[in-house]
Design a protein around this ligand. Structure first.
Ligand SMILES: Nc1ncnc2c1ncn2[C@@H]1O[C@H](COP(=O)(O)OP(=O)(O)OP(=O)(O)O)[C@@H](O)[C@H]1O
Ligand SMILES: [Mg+2]
Length: 259
């Protein structure tokens, strides 16, 4: 479904007008494939390039080098109409609803917008579609006329998920989708996402620095460090017998944490 070939994203940064430019290699030659219906994980510490990879796959930012194929189409340079249809297929869910929901728009407006933009159904069917979406994410119709500041973090994330599901994407990038939530709610939202995967049949790439979470929800993972993949394979195999020094450290840190 998705194939990355030697993908790079380099930034040229200058810390002050007089200093020399430096190259930040946020993503530096990453290749991997994700099969349809697969649950794939990207793990690595802060600053390793996980979100940048997510942005590259969703084509929110241009690549410096390399290629990304979606269903065998090279999307590395997609523009205009191609990009618009890509947006229907590949969506992203970020850390918290606060980052993406407009505090001045009601939940109804947030959920109707994708139906309209992507021409998902007739206007007369909006109410039914909205009710179905809300029930899928465990909310009720009374939130429709509320504004984001009136909702809890967990409810906001449910609205964000409903907004993405409205488009019925084929691939969802989940970029730390629960790390901003209370620990008590994190498990609920993860379970919800798993149920929705079964119901909607999407493929996902789950980005996190938390190996504990990934164990339950990803069949295969790539461990990323300084913009490069240091290990890739079945989750169980990597957790039970990490090969690279870095993956060994990551796994050991969780085991210590659990003691
Ligand atoms: N627009 C940018 N300009 C310059 N450097 C950037 C830019 N965006 C990201 N970077 C750098 O690229 C590297 C990777 O960043 P990225 O946000 O992808 O990491 P991450 O793995 O998602 O981290 P976190 O777990 O904290 O979310 C970091 O060193 C970051 O400072
Ligand atoms: Mg990130």
């Amino acid at each position: 479904m998705l194939r990355l070939e030697n993908v790079k994203k380099h930034y040229i940064v200058k810390t002050s007008p007089l200093s020399k430019s430096q190259i930040v290699k946020a993503v530096n030659g990453v290749s991997f494939e994700v099969a349809e219906k697969e649950s794939f994980g990207l793990i690595g510490e802060s600053g390793s390039g996980k979100s940048t990879l997510g942005h590259l796959i969703t084509r929110l930012i241009p690549l410096t080098e390399g290629s990304i194929y979606y269903k065998e189409h090279d999307i590395s340079n997609s523009k205009g109409k191609d990009l618009q249809s890509l947006r229907k297929d590949i969506q992203v869910i970020l850390q918290s609803g606060k980052e993406v929901l407009d505090p001045k728009m009601t939940v109804r407006e947030h959920l109707e917008a994708p139906l309209r933009v992507h021409n998902i159904c007739d206007y007369k069917d909006y109410d039914k579609r909205l009710n179905d979406l809300l029930s899928d994410v465990g909310l009720t119709a009374d939130v429709l006329d509320k504004f984001p500041p009136a909702l809890s973090g967990g409810m906001l994330q449910r609205v964000t998920i409903a907004r993405v599901l409205a488009i019925e994407p084929k691939l969802i990038i989940l970029d730390e989708p629960v790390s901003a939530l209370d620990v008590s709610i994190q498990g609920l939202i993860i379970n919800l996402l798993m149920d929705l995967k079964d119901k909607y049949g999407f493929t996902y790439i789950f980005i996190t620095h938390n190996l504990k979470v990934i164990k339950h929800i990803c069949s295969r993972i790539a461990v990323i460090k300084d913009g490069e993949i240091v290990e890739i394979g079945k989750t169980e195999a990597i957790l039970n017998a990490p090969q690279s020094d870095y993956a060994k450290l990551l796994v050991a840190s969780i085991l210590n944490h659990q003691k």
